[in-house]
Structure formats: C-alpha cells, structure tokens
Design a protein around this ligand. Sequence first.
Ligand SMILES: Nc1ncnc2c1ncn2[C@@H]1O[C@H](COP(=O)(O)OP(=O)(O)OP(=O)(O)O)[C@@H](O)[C@H]1O
Length: 248
Amino acid sequence: MASTETVLHLTGIRKSFGDSEVLRGIDLEVAAHEVVALIGASGSGKSTLLRTVNLLERIDDGVIRLRGEDISDPRVNADRVRARIGAVFQHYNLFPHLSVLDNVTLAARLVHRMPRADAEQRGRDLLASIGLADFAGAYPDRLSGGQQQRVAIVRAIMTGPELLLLDEVTSALDPELVGEVLALVRSLADGGTTILMATHEMAFARDVADRVVFLDGGRIAEQGPAHEVFTTPREARTREFLARMLHG
Ligand SMILES: Nc1ncnc2c1ncn2[C@@H]1O[C@H](COP(=O)(O)OP(=O)(O)OP(=O)(O)O)[C@@H](O)[C@H]1O
C-alpha cells in the first residue's frame, strides 16, 4: 500500500498505438507537494503519459493510483477522476464565446457545484493574483497568448486539484511570453501544488522541479533530483539529450 503522501502512483504502464508501443512499462510516483518534470525527445511518450493519467488515453497494462485509488479500473468514472486533476495542455483551450471569468468559473460551478457567488469571488481573486483582474469581463481574444495560458492554469486550479498536469504549457507561445507563464507555475510550485509536467524548457525544469524524469523511447531512462540529473547525468543517453537541448 502506497503511503498517504503519495498522490500519483504509476505501475507498469504500457500503451500502444497500433503496432507502436509508446509507453513500455512506466513506474513512477509523485508525492504530495512534489514537482516532477518529464523531459525527453519529441515522441518519447511524455504527452501520452500525461494523457493516460487523466484518462484521455486508456492504458493497455499497468495500474494508475490517485491517492491509493485505482483510477485505471475501467469501471471508474472518468469525469469524476478529471474533477480531481487539473490539466493544462499546450494550446490554451479557452472557450472563445465566454468571458475570462466565465471560463475560469464554469467547471467549478457545473462540475464541482460551487455556488456562483463563491466561484466568481475565487475566480476574481485568482485573476487578481496574476494581474488580470481587469480582464474578468473580457473575451479571450483580447488577451495575449501568455495571458490566455495563465487563465487556463488559473482555471485548472480553481477547485484545488489533488494533482496538476501541465503539458508543454509554453511551447505554443512567443518567446517573450514564456516567462510570465513560467513565473505562475513557479509560484504554484512554491505554494505546494503537486505538479507533473512535460517540458522542453530545461532551465525551468532545473529550477522548479524537485525531480526530473528522462523518458527515452517510452521508458524511464533516468530520474533523480533536478540538480543531479542536470549536472551529473548517469546515462549516456541523458547526457546526449541534455547536450542537444542546452547547446542546440
Ligand atoms: N492518438 C495517437 N495515435 C497514434 N499515435 C500516437 C497518438 N498519440 C501519440 N502517438 C504517437 O506516440 C508517440 C509518443 O507521442 P507523445 O506525444 O507522447 O510524445 P512526446 O514525448 O510528448 O513528444 P513531444 O515532445 O513532441 O510532445 C509518437 O510517436 C506519437 O506519434
């Protein structure tokens, strides 16, 4: 039995698309308040792994436990699981026809049954905390990509999820907008949010993650404290990958 401090516990996760096995037996634990960064070449399986956790992809083999509950059991209701996990993906999928405040509060009201006044109060507080209070009534197209992505992150934490999944949240952004999104993720990490994220931003992974997990061809090739993996990688494949990422 995993300790109660383990939020996410993956055991022997396998996933194929057709003949191609994309996840080849992943074992991974994420502890409460831990920030874990998945790094690895394009196609190594980072996104697929994140998508299996909130049940957007069904695994072929293995077990996914969220706070001890086997959420990979096909009988488990996916919507109920997703209500416990915040997720933000590369493209900030805000609803264009809803105001920023409605985007932020919609799931909290409909899925979590938060009363409208409470949801709007929390939504306004969160928007204020990221400097976007004045945009509450605006439509998303008035916001920059970085602002939209920060709204998407705020939406994901509205109801205090047990786990926050972040998949390349900066890779669709212009370089000058990356910093403001990373600053928000860093403040969530500092505030104790449990985060599993895939990123190509090596400097960010090094600075924010407690642990870095290097995926190579659907397997964990190496993992460890961020400062160790980045400064003294044990595996040749990790060294090669980092050299490519850090020096182009
Ligand atoms: N729905 C799908 N159907 C078929 N193949 C898929 C599907 N989703 C992912 N794949 C394949 O699985 C492999 C892993 O993809 P994945 O997106 O998980 O990698 P990644 O490490 O996140 O890459 P990137 O860094 O480019 O986002 C790739 O070869 C991809 O083409």
